[in-house]
Design a protein around this ligand. Structure first.
Ligand SMILES: CC(C)(COP(=O)(O)OP(=O)(O)OC[C@H]1O[C@@H](n2cnc3c(N)ncnc32)[C@H](O)[C@@H]1OP(=O)(O)O)[C@@H](O)C(=O)NCCC(=O)NCCS
Length: 121
């Protein structure tokens, strides 16, 4: 059953994707297999840093190289734009994701932690 929280999260996500596409459509990278959306990643470049986020592959399409192809496409975009180092936030408890990021050549930098401040209530 869908509850209000799910609906709010989905609405926020749709708004976010619309803003992203309006601002920098090339950052949204989609993988298609047999005419069906198989996975996505956002490759955001601000002129300085190369941020990768929302990497996700449909459960039925995993371990077939889709994640690898998405990251390769993102890195190609970054290097074409002049970026030199990609980074991603990966949850410490997300072992599956860590396997995929490591396989693609990424490694954690233990001396940093994420600092945040919410800008809207
Ligand atoms: C993480 C994720 C995007 C990987 O996508 P994928 O298409 O399955 O990845 P690939 O097929 O390109 O796998 C590349 C390599 O990553 C490693 N890997 C991927 N999934 C793995 C798993 N379940 N167990 C161990 N290693 C894994 C392997 O080394 C794999 O190479 P191999 O298949 O030749 O052994 C996918 O599992 C996913 O959508 N997970 C849920 C969302 C998520 O956690 N996203 C990351 C947020 S930071």
């Amino acid at each position: 059953m869908t509850d209000m929280n799910d609906l709010e999260i989905r609405a926020a996500t749709v708004d976010g994707v619309e803003r992203l596409v309006a601002r920098d459509a090339g950052a949204l990278i989609l993988a298609e297999r047999d005419g069906v959306l198989a996975g996505t990643v956002i490759a955001g470049f601000d002129g300085w840093r190369c941020h990768l986020y929302r990497l996700a592959v449909h459960p039925g399409q995993r371990r077939r190289g889709v994640g690898t192809a998405l990251l390769a496409a993102a890195e190609e975009r970054f290097t074409a734009l002049g970026g030199r180092r990609g980074d991603a936030m990966v949850l410490d408890r997300n072992a599956l994701a860590q396997h995929a990021w490591r396989a693609a050549g990424y490694a954690p930098e233990g001396r940093w932690s994420r600092w945040v401040k919410h800008l809207t209530p």
